[in-house]
Every structure is written in C-alpha cells, then in structure tokens.
Design a protein around this ligand. Structure first.
Ligand SMILES: [Zn+2]
Length: 245
C-alpha cells in the first residue's frame, strides 16, 4: 500500500505536476536538428525534423534511460517535433503551448507527447533490467489529462486542434483520442484516477508472482491492458496502448 501511495504521488508529479499558467515566450529558440537526437532540453521551442515513428522510438529510449521530464508537440503537417516544455526537471516541466502559436502560427493540428520514465517505477523496488517487464504500466495520469484538456481549450481559441495525447513508456505508448473527450468524461476523472492506480498495482503483483514465467507475464500484461482500455472506454475515454516492435 505504501508503495502504491508513493507511486501515485510520483505519477502525479510527473511532467505536468508543477504546471504553471503558460507564459508567452520572450525569445523562442528555434534550431533544426537532424537525426536521432530528441532529448529533454532547456531549450523551449527546439524543433526536431524526424518522422513520427522515429520520434516515438526515441522517446521510448528516453523513458528507459533518462530521468528528466519534457513535453513535445508532433506536427503532422510539417513532420516536426517541437519542444514546448520549459524549466525541465526530474519532477516535471512547464508546458508552454504558446511557443507553437509563435513559431508555427499556421498549424491546424498537433498531438502532445510526453514520457513516463522507468524511474517512476523504481518505487516498486525493482532493478533497472526488470523495467522491461512493465510496458503499459503507466497510463496518462489524471493530472496529465486534466491539464491537457485546458491546453486543448486554449489551443482551440487559436484555431489549433489538439487531436491526441500520447504517453510513451519503455515498451510502447498510450494514445488518447482527445477529440472524443467531452464534459461528461471530465466529471468521471476521479474514477479514472482509481483505475490508473489499480492498473499499476496489478502490474506489480503480476511481476512479483510470475517473474520466472515470461510467457505468462506477456499474456497477463496484454489482458491487463485490454481491461484498462475497456474500463477507460466506459468512462468515455478512447485510449489504446501500442507496443513498440
Ligand atoms: Zn504524465
């Protein structure tokens, strides 16, 4: 129970935990970087010219190996990744969606990506090489979704559609279809939070009691993910987990 409690606090403080109201960047920095190089960075407004698939792979690598938090927009129209997290730290960052409106004023649609690093699982007392057994264990938190819904409304006023919210972990990524979320869904957010807690605890138990049976782990993990997707759908959230190859 203790681990679960600590875990909840950790997830809540992940990436969006120390959010403040977005401020208009004074001097946005823009730099085109080629190749596999996405990393959490102090440079708000950094642009990466890589495909969506490549970007996801790199974020998954970061989720395994990096403790710093950051947040990015993927812009399908230009095939670019834009860093919009300011004050990057271990505990979170300040998302500043205005950087998009300044640097890419004519964009009509984006998706928001952030990582849930393996270090958030370390409260379970596992070793680093055991983290690979936990893909899908850290869905978007209630705080993530609540903040991003505000961000969606803010972007909408500027004519930008926040289509999807994606949380990448060490073996795949959760995609939330934001176009389907309405006021009724928001009212159910407290049930969603319980769902996330239960889901993550189930992963801990599953691993603890079946660590020597990789086949069983894989099957049960898929069942847990399916079950989570189904229960989230009942709350009005269209959410799917995708395993990376
Ligand atoms: Zn998060």
């Amino acid at each position: 129970m203790r681990a679960k409690k600590l875990f909840t606090i950790l997830v809540a403080s992940t990436i969006l935990g120390c959010t403040t109201m977005p401020v208009k960047p004074q001097k946005p920095i823009e730099e085109i970087v080629a190749g596999p190089s996405i990393k959490p960075s102090e440079d708000l407004g950094l642009v990466y010219k890589i495909s969506q698939g490549e970007g996801i792979k790199q974020l998954s690598y970061l989720a395994m190996n990096n403790k710093l938090e950051d947040i990015w927009y993927y812009i399908p129209e230009t095939n670019e990744w834009l860093d919009y997290g300011n004050k990057v730290s271990k505990n979170g960052c300040n998302p500043e969606p205005n950087v998009l409106l300044t640097l890419r004023p004519n964009i009509k649609e984006v998706s928001s990506y952030h990582i849930h690093p393996a270090c958030n699982l370390s409260m379970g007392g596992f070793y680093k090489d055991e983290f690979k057994h936990f893909p899908g264990a850290l869905p978007p938190s209630k705080e993530d979704l609540t903040y991003l819904l505000e961000e969606r409304a803010e972007l909408k006023r500027s004519g930008v559609n926040l289509k999807e919210v994606v949380v990448v972990d060490l073996g795949g990524y959760w995609v939330v279809n934001f176009e389907t979320i309405c006021k009724e869904t928001v009212k159910k957010m407290q049930y969603y939070e319980m769902l996330v807690d239960k889901h993550t605890s189930s992963y801990y138990s599953l691993y603890k009691y079946n660590k020597n049976d990789s086949k069983k782990l894989e099957t049960f993990r898929k069942d847990l993910i399916k079950d989570f997707e189904m229960k989230a759908a009942e709350l009005g959230m269209d959410m799917k987990y995708h395993f990376l190859e």
